[in-house]
Write a protein that binds this ligand. Structure first.
Ligand SMILES: Nc1ncnc2c1ncn2[C@@H]1O[C@H](COP(=O)(O)OP(=O)(O)OP(=O)(O)O)[C@@H](O)[C@H]1O
Length: 257
């Protein structure tokens, strides 16, 4: 099922990138990336392994510095922010890591309380409980609240990882390979969850994936990273109607539906 098209305000980018370059030694990964991500959209970034997708979202969240170019997130130039402002911006940018490791020695409740208590020190016990329960309910796992991570399935752990990012109510969600290593049914559940999060929390998201079903079902727009630049952007159908051979071979090797 292709995601329904929705109205997107293209005058209002929450992420705006111009001329972004990043190299590691002689390896030039990002070679003049331009990208706008608009409020409320799910943008899927596709690209072969090693093309720099994770590097891109690490730069957006201030975890890595660019070599050149502008990276504006929620109205601020990330590379120019003093550390305190960068910390504040990071709270608005939720990063759901590929291997969203939970603390094994803590219950689900404690795992979710941890970022909340660390970042919002003045919350009352009852507010913390409410927040934890609300976000767990949103990912459909309220019943696991007192369980240990080892008692959960891979898909459930992934959902709790997303809940842990959501609990700080970020304006932007960055998902790094959200369906990697999951079986097809669990992938569908995670795709649905990404769309539910967008609806319920009105987040803007960048979703990095190799999984074309995930791209089709979660992406309002797709951007393909090819040779260090976003050469092609559009809806899923628009991107894969391209006769660019790099796009065609990506499709043929990755689409399994
Ligand atoms: N901190 C770093 N130091 C040196 N090289 C790095 C660093 N981070 C990433 N790289 C290199 O940059 C390239 C792009 O890495 P990145 O993780 O962004 O790829 P990717 O497109 O996300 O790939 P995959 O789909 O396999 O996760 C790789 O060659 C990687 O080895």
């Amino acid at each position: 099922m292709i995601k329904e098209q929705k109205a997107i305000d293209r005058n209002n980018p929450v992420i705006s990138i111009r001329g972004l370059q990043k190299a590691f030694g002689s390896l030039h990964i990002l070679r003049g990336v331009n990208l706008d991500v608009y409020k409320g959209e799910n943008l899927v970034v596709l690209g072969r392994s090693g093309t720099g997708k994770s590097v891109l979202i690490k730069i957006i969240s201030g975890l890595l510095l660019p070599d050149a170019g502008q990276v504006n997130v929620l109205g601020q130039e990330v590379a120019e922010l003093p550390s305190r402002e960068l910390m504040e911006l990071r709270l608005k940018v939720g990063f759901s890591f590929q291997n969203s490791a939970l603390y094994d020695s803590m219950t689900v409740r404690q795992n979710l309380e941890f970022p909340l208590v660390r970042n919002s020190r003045n919350l009352k016990r009852s507010q913390i409980n409410d927040e934890v329960e609300s976000v767990l309910d949103a990912v459909g796992l309220l019943q696991t609240i007192e369980q240990m991570p080892s008692e959960l399935s891979g898909g459930q752990r992934k959902r709790i990882g997303i809940a842990r990012t959501l609990i700080l109510r970020p304006e932007i969600m960055l998902y790094d390979e959200p369906t990697a290593g999951l079986d097809p049914i669990t992938c569908i559940e995670i795709n649905n969850l990404i769309n539910e999060v967008q609806e319920k929390y009105k987040t803007t998201a960048i979703i990095i994936t190799h999984d074309l079903t995930c791209a089709k079902e979660t992406g309002d727009r797709i951007a393909m990273l090819l040779d260090g630049q976003f050469a092609i952007q559009g809806t899923f159908d628009e991107v894969f109607a391209s006769d660019d051979l790099r796009v065609q071979s990506f499709y043929n090797y990755n689409f399994t539906e």
